[in-house]
Design a protein around this ligand. Structure first.
Ligand code: PBG
Ligand code: ZN
Length: 328
């Protein structure tokens, strides 16, 4: 036989130790950021039907949960806020309330954990407006510049409460620069901005809107969030946010947009976050509950896919269980 293959890539797959030795991509707990939904009642706790394993917690109830997560190695959190229906209005006043759910949670977490925990807040209006849009509405139109003014106020409230970073998720034009200038003018020069730069109008946000009670009451978000078929537009958004002073950028969702993560990685030197969103989480949980997928193996494969595409930071609801179960 003179046809023996010269090249045998399988040699590098023979044993577990060989595979580990040549492994190109790893996921570490330092890269995982856990999202939380903060209730207005400090001692609240509620299950979320469409997101098994995730609960809405009050700012007080959140503390022991975050402490447990810290022991597992989760050292960063992303905080979303909820507001009672009677506290929602046209301009989302409660979003910038210095004693609102997010500001309260920031204060408690920073008082408890200080610099051992990175606290990032989602800056948006949709959980606080009676119409459920991410900005100020005029008729059926979400107007840009008046929305930006409100978002700056929200970011300032979170920063003054002690947030390490604020993360605008509204997709209004110019908000990163406006927030940066607003923070600097208040002397909050150390507060960072994590920009949801390339955020698509995605059906994968369904369970989140249920969790955060933030569905638009008319129309949809397609006049501000990005059109899923576009990738060059994502690069433009990232370059703008970079130029406006963002400290980190984000692509969202993650799994259906791995090509976007890859492309964005090449146009900025900033740290890049991928948001493994609610629908991506719930789809895996639902299939696993039916015994159709092995949850741990699928979660490991999904998280490493985001890293392989080029993400530095993985925002994921799977973070806690992945570490508890040793899935990484
Ligand atoms: C609100 C916001 C959304 C998400 C993060 N911030 C939903 C939306 O834009 O409707 C989605 C997160 C997820 O699905 O996990 N601006
Ligand atoms: Zn929003």
């Amino acid at each position: 036989m003179n046809s023996l293959p010269l090249h045998r890539p399988r040699r590098l797959r023979r044993s577990s130790v060989m595979r580990a030795t040549v492994r190109e991509t790893r996921v570490s707990s330092d890269q995982l950021m856990m999202p939380h939904f903060v209730l207005p009642q400090a001692n609240g706790r509620e299950a979320i039907a469409s997101m098994p394993g995730i609960e809405r917690l009050g700012s007080e109830t959140l503390v022991p949960q975050v402490e447990q997560d810290l022991r597992l190695g989760i050292r960063s959190v992303m905080l979303f806020g909820l507001a009672a229906p009677e506290h929602k209005d046209a301009v989302g006043s409660a979003a910038s309330d210095s004693s609102g759910s997010q500001a309260e949670a920031v204060r408690r977490l920073k008082a408890e954990f200080g610099d051992d925990l990175l606290v990032v807040t989602d800056v948006c209006l949709c959980g606080y407006t009676d119409h459920g849009h991410c900005g100020i509405v005029n008729g059926k139109t979400v107007v840009n510049d008046a929305s930006v003014d409100r978002l700056v106020e929200v970011a300032l409230a979170h920063a003054e409460a002690g947030a390490d970073m604020v993360a605008p998720s509204d997709m209004m034009d110019g908000r990163v620069g406006a927030i940066r200038r607003g923070l600097d003018a208040r002397g909050l020069v150390e507060t960072g901005v994590l920009a949801y730069s390339a955020k698509y109008a995605s059906a994968y946000y369904g369970p989140f809107r249920d969790a955060a009670d933030s569905s638009p009451q008319f129309g949809d978000r397609r006049s501000y969030q990005m059109d899923p078929p576009n990738v060059r537009e994502a690069l433009r958004e990232v370059r703008l946010d970079d130029a406006e002073g963002a400290d980190m950028v984000m692509v969202k969702p993650a799994l259906a947009y791995l090509d976007v993560i890859r492309a964005v990685r090449a146009v900025t030197d900033l740290p890049l976050a991928a948001y493994n969103v609610s629908g991506e989480y719930s789809a895996v949980k639902a299939a696993a509950e039916r015994g159709w997928l092995d949850e741990g193996s699928v979660v490991r494969e999904n998280l490493v896919a985001m890293r392989r595409a080029g993400a530095d930071i993985l925002i994921t609801y799977h973070a806690r269980k992945a570490l508890q179960e040793g899935w990484l």
